[in-house]
Design a protein. Structure first.
Length: 92
């Protein structure tokens, strides 16, 4: 996560990258990608592409990039990208 954060230039910002190597948070949020497609190619235990806006431990907004034909959300991740999240935050 440190290398990714450095690559993205977030040092000194309000953004924090965190890993979930044993999927504890992923499972607690019910964000485990369980679709047969990714599992059929060996992708086990992956987290769904999502973004959270959390204030004082309360989830204010949850965005999940997934569709029936794109369970991983790779084709259309826009709902989890910064512009969409900022719009959602402004609306809260």
């Amino acid at each position: 996560m440190t290398a990714w954060a450095a690559d993205q230039g977030i040092e000194g910002s309000m953004i924090t990258f965190m890993g979930d190597p044993s999927a504890t948070l992923t499972k607690a949020l019910d964000m485990e990608l369980t679709h047969d497609g990714p599992k059929s190619v060996g992708i086990i235990g992956r987290c769904k592409r999502h973004a959270l806006h959390v204030v004082n431990g309360e989830i204010k907004h949850l965005a999940i990039a997934e569709a029936d034909d794109d369970p991983a959300g790779d084709a259309f991740p826009e709902v989890t990208c910064a512009p969409a999240m900022l719009d959602a935050i402004k609306g809260n």
